[in-house]
Design a binder for this molecule. Structure first.
Ligand SMILES: Cc1cc2nc3c(=O)[nH]c(=O)nc-3n(C[C@H](O)[C@H](O)[C@H](O)COP(=O)(O)OP(=O)(O)OC[C@H]3O[C@@H](n4cnc5c(N)ncnc54)[C@H](O)[C@@H]3O)c2cc1C
Ligand code: FES
Length: 257
């Protein structure tokens, strides 16, 4: 039976810059931590009178022993700018864990992330306990501070940057056929810009490898009540990304049936 979603006041343990305009935020996560699954997200109340709606962030890590929950956020606008000023001991209200996460059945998983899409994949990598490889893409070396963060949890790391300042020059979609050709991966898990995920899902389909994608859309309630996050699916059914996703099988949302 699904447990009720909880909105709780969480205390900030640290809120530290880890890359250009990217912060790691760890809170004392209470009951959210024990329920969280990779691919789920939390909906954060921005502690500011003029930011009304909560903001969604993928769960990037949990520590059940310590009751800690970690997310990574890029400063995009008003809400995330307010977050940068939070310090140890401040309190933020968190609703979660929300949505449906990734399937954990793969025996040889490949994670493919672009930019901030790597945040939820980190939690997935950790859950696969060293079975997964990761292919990461970003604009440049500075964006791929992720390489060190993933290192303890993955077997192999493949890197692509737009400007060639780290790894192979080009997009993850250019590197993927080679990576898939070298190992018998049984599932590709991808999160990042939609255009990237569509490319990744197409290549996985051509190679006959299953693929899950984590979709993003602006959200209001996060609970399936307001319809602001609805997306079209392959069979023209409409799905709520917050409740039915954010993780979907690629063929259900990207490929016409
Ligand atoms: C399920 C889910 C998980 C997410 N996980 C993460 C995460 O782990 N780390 C992270 O940094 N971000 C994540 N995001 C995106 C994050 O929620 C937005 O960047 C954030 O809400 C922006 O808030 P803001 O008030 O700073 O920006 P706003 O002032 O609201 O907007 C600033 C700019 O960001 C754009 N924007 C806002 N929300 C989104 C969105 N959902 N998708 C695309 N563009 C958006 C706006 O169009 C605008 O151009 C996630 C989004 C979803 C739906
Ligand atoms: S955000 Fe309200 S239905 Fe998804």
């Amino acid at each position: 039976m699904a447990l009720p979603k909880v909105a709780i006041d969480t205390e900030i343990l640290w809120n530290t810059p880890v890359g250009s305009d990217v912060y790691e935020l760890t809170v004392q996560g209470g009951g959210i931590v024990t329920q969280a699954q990779p691919g789920q997200f939390i909906h954060l109340q921005i502690p500011s009178g003029d930011v009304f709606l909560r903001r969604p962030f993928g769960i990037a890590d949990t520590d059940e022993n310590e009751g800690q929950l970690t997310m990574y956020y890029r400063v995009m606008g008003k809400g995330t700018r307010v977050l940068t000023a939070l310090k140890r001991g401040d309190v933020v209200n968190c609703l979660g864990p929300l949505g449906h996460g990734f399937s954990l059945n793969a025996k040889r998983p490949l994670l493919v992330g672009g930019g901030m899409g790597l945040a939820p994949l980190l939690y997935l990598a950790k859950r696969f306990r060293g079975k997964a490889d990761v292919l990461m893409g970003g604009r440049n070396r500075d964006e791929l501070f992720w390489e060190k963060i993933f290192a303890p949890y993955v077997r192999k790391t493949f890197v692509a940057t737009d400007d060639g300042s780290l790894g192979t020059k080009g997009f993850t979609t250019e590197l993927l056929p080679k990576v898939l050709g070298n190992e018998a991966y049984d599932c590709v898990y991808t999160c990042g810009p939609e255009i990237m995920m569509r490319g990744i899902a197409n290549i996985a389909a051509q190679k006959g490898v299953a693929c899950q994608v984590s979709l993003e859309k602006r959200m209001a309630c996060g609970l399936g009540a307001c319809l602001s996050c609805v997306c079209d699916t392959a069979n023209e059914e409409r799905k709520k990304i917050c409740k039915d996703g954010p993780v979907f099988w690629a063929q259900d949302v990207f490929f016409a049936q």
